[in-house]
Design a protein around this ligand. Sequence first.
Ligand code: HEM
Length: 423
Amino acid sequence: MGTGAPVLLAAALGAACGLLFWLRALRRPADDPMRGIPGNMGWPVVGETFAFIAAFSNPAGILSFMRERQARYGKVFKTYVLGRTTVFMTGREAAKILLSGKDGVVSLNLFYTGKQVLGPTSLLTTNGDEHRRLRRLIAQPLSVDALRKHFAFIDGLAVQILGSWAGRGRVLVLDEASQFTLKVIANMLVSLEPEGPEQEEFRANFKAISSSFASLPLKLPGTAFHRGLGGRNRMYAMLDAVIARRRAGEVREDFLQTLLMKHARGQQGSSDPAEEEKLTDAQLKDNILTLLVAGHDTTTAGLTWLVKFLGENPDVLARLRVMNETLRRATILPWYSRKAAQDFSIDGFEVAKGASVNLDVVSIHHDAAVFADPERFDPDRFDGSLKPYSFLGFGSGPRMCPGMSLAKLEICVFAHHLVCTYE
Ligand code: HEM
């Protein structure tokens, strides 16, 4: 090594340290509106992202991430994860502030990539009056009454998928549950047949879309985001073809048909004001995609956790009133993300307008003061009544899950056939 090498090395190290401090300063401006909130912002650039990702691969893990910090800082703390400073808060009071929709204190907080893939008129990217209008339109086709006509399909598919398990030495429940829930939701929304080339193409596009959520926002060929946008374009072309067939006279009993008959614009740019109130084709497609995405991963995870908990608790199998307890223990969406729409205070801390705030639901679901021995899987704990905002498996308030009845129906039907067929 020549004499210049140590000097170069020291200069490189110095430059690297300088860059890190500069990036750290960039991330934490002196007028940080959240500086009154306790917490650790972790390493420069990445913050606490690695600890967070390592923890959130299973619900017990994310619970430990939250508990460690709550023990240190209390119920409200800040951190830097997944590219942004965010405040986590837990407890029933926080749930009421963030979920009730009262005074418009917060709006939904979605990743940039998710927003791009779902489109500007998705239920998940709209707020206020437009959001309320969309909720109203989709409520009826997702109601218990409307779901009756899908029962035979859901039942038949559960029997068929479970029948295919016989004689197989090993079954990957997550894959089977994913097949089931995607076929159910696609059939319910647009009458997609459960087998055949159209189903294959649909599934491939759907996979590209769902893997692009929360990916890096790089639109370069080969990236997950780029593949997701491609999947979205191909999925919309498929939906355009289905909508054209319906307008040409094909009739099916599904979600799309209900919206096309009642709420879709016959022609764009009509002079009739009532017609202008209806959904455009772009709005229809954004929201069909939103329901596909929101209705697949969640129900798949719910079913898979149910099979796991039933396997571990054979005594519970006999009773099978296990839905809420599965959703409490698994807490499939461990936190609900919002953006402060105005300044507000919680627990003596000021949260500034624009801040990213997350309701830590997994801790609410494991609060020993509400759920004694919270790690134990015990469906009986739902026999009595619970305090408001202590069980939030499907959320609460104006953004409460509109697919709750469908999810419960799918999981119950599948679980029923599962326990009737297999030990
Ligand atoms: C076990 C299965 C499911 C669970 C645990 C679940 C849970 C949730 C929760 C907790 C929320 C509220 C999140 C928040 O406040 O930020 C939500 C919203 C939502 N869910 Fe579900 N869900 C499930 C199944 C479904 C299904 C089957 C559909 C579709 C048919 C669906 C569609 C939606 C949509 C569109 C929203 C957003 C509502 C809005 O922003 O107004 N979900 N879900």
